[in-house]
Write a new protein. Structure first.
Length: 391
């Protein structure tokens, strides 16, 4: 039986990770509000999203292993203080440029928090840690989007109250940290850990390249939802309600979280196939809902696609980890996340640039069809090549 202190640390690290995910999801329902307040073009909206991903990726690659050397608690404290700084910047933002700065700082805090909280969860609960790490981002982002949309719709100060609420939670987490146990002792080599480690072992490359397209397609779809989808939704459904946006993001992330829990003990290769098929089934339904302006169809497609995304995301880790030796895993996972976050942000930015040329809804159709074609090719590749063993 685990010591009570480790059980408490598992709960603390999980709740702290959820707080970070809550904060990361706040801007999405607010994008239409910012667009009206600062007269922003779709391309500028996608840049707010992209700069967050760039900061997150850079920090993840450079500071992601720092807690292995300094201990978990000091690094978590730094991430919490960075998150507080970002939330203050959001609260005081009066221009588009200030939003970019706030989102960049938030991305840096998230880039430190994701690996550190994740490692702390595994430190304190080896058995359930991997599952918790898979489901926590989806839980936090689904709750955050829905709560933000509710506050924006029915509460005063829509561009301030959501950040103040998450800021209060962040401060409480920072205060509570001092009473938590440390799960990792200090080790030398902190400076060396700042150098990014990238690469895929030669013997793992065939399977890596086989598995990665389906995952990247899911990241690209999520990028559309987290950037342009609020504006697309308002136009397709002819509504100005931010609550509808929150419900949509909640459905995407919530169904992904449920799928992670359902598929966690089933064969990873099979879950990968089911996940890609879920994405292939969900995207056309979503596009049909956009084209018809019919919310139930749009939401149904989102739920199915979200479940597919959750299965693919959770399966890829179980399929990739056995492909590398212990000393090779950090480099391979860094490469995986670097490519994934690039596909999370870059297609959304290109879509934002295309809006003035072909129109918002046409961008949604083209974006969805390109992802659909990529998924079909990825699924064919998954079916033709034998699956690797799982951990």
């Amino acid at each position: 039986m685990r010591p009570a202190s480790l059980q408490v640390m598992t709960v603390y690290a999980t709740l702290t990770a959820i707080i970070f995910a809550l904060g990361a999801s706040i801007p999405t329902p607010l994008y239409p509000v910012y667009q009206r307040a600062f007269d922003l073009a779709p391309f500028q909206i996608t840049l707010i999203f992209a700069i967050y991903i760039v900061a997150l990726l850079f920090t993840l690659l450079t500071l992601g292993r720092l807690s292995n050397h300094l201990g978990r608690k000091p690094v978590i404290a730094g991430a919490l203080m960075g998150n507080l700084a970002a939330l203050v910047l959001f609260l005081t933002s009066e221009s588009y440029e200030s939003l970019l700065v706030a989102r960049f700082v938030q991305g840096m805090a998230m880039g430190v928090a994701v690996p550190t909280c994740g490692a702390t969860i595994v430190d304190s609960d080896h058995e359930r840690g991997p599952v918790l790490n898979s489901v926590v981002p989806f839980i936090g982002m689904s709750i955050g989007a829905l709560c933000t949309a509710s506050l924006v719709t029915w509460a005063p100060l829509p561009m301030m109250l959501p950040y103040a609420f998450v800021g209060a939670l962040t401060f409480l987490a920072l205060v509570a940290l001092w009473a938590m146990p440390e799960t990792t002792p200090r080790h030398p080599g902190a400076l060396a850990s700042l150098i990014p480690s990238l690469g895929v072992p030669h013997h793992a490359r065939r399977q890596f390249y086989r598995l990665i397209p389906a995952v990247l397609s899911g990241w690209a779809l999520a990028g559309l939802y987290m950037s342009l989808m609020p504006t697309i939704l308002h136009k397709a459904l002819n509504t100005d309600s931010e609550f509808v946006t929150g419900v949509l993001v909640c459905m995407l992330m919530g169904s992904a979280g449920v799928a992670v829990m359902v598929g966690r003990k089933r064969p990873a290769a099979r879950m990968m196939i089911f996940g890609t098929m879920g994405l292939i089934a969900g995207i056309p339904l979503t596009l049909a809902g956009v084209q018809a302006g019919y919310a139930p169809l749009l939401f149904l497609g989102t739920i199915i696609a979200g479940a597919g995304q959750g299965l693919v995301f959770s399966a890829i880790m179980r399929l990739l980890l056995p492909l590398a030796q212990g000393h090779e895993r950090a480099a391979m996972l860094s490469t995986f996340f670097a490519i994934s976050y690039f596909c999370f942000a870059a297609p959304a930015v290109l879509a934002g640039m295309a809006v003035p040329v072909i129109g918002l809804l046409n961008v949604a159709y083209v974006y969805g069809l390109v992802i659909l074609a990529a998924l079909v090719c990825a699924t064919i590749g998954l079916l033709r090549v034998p699956a690797p063993r799982t951990c």
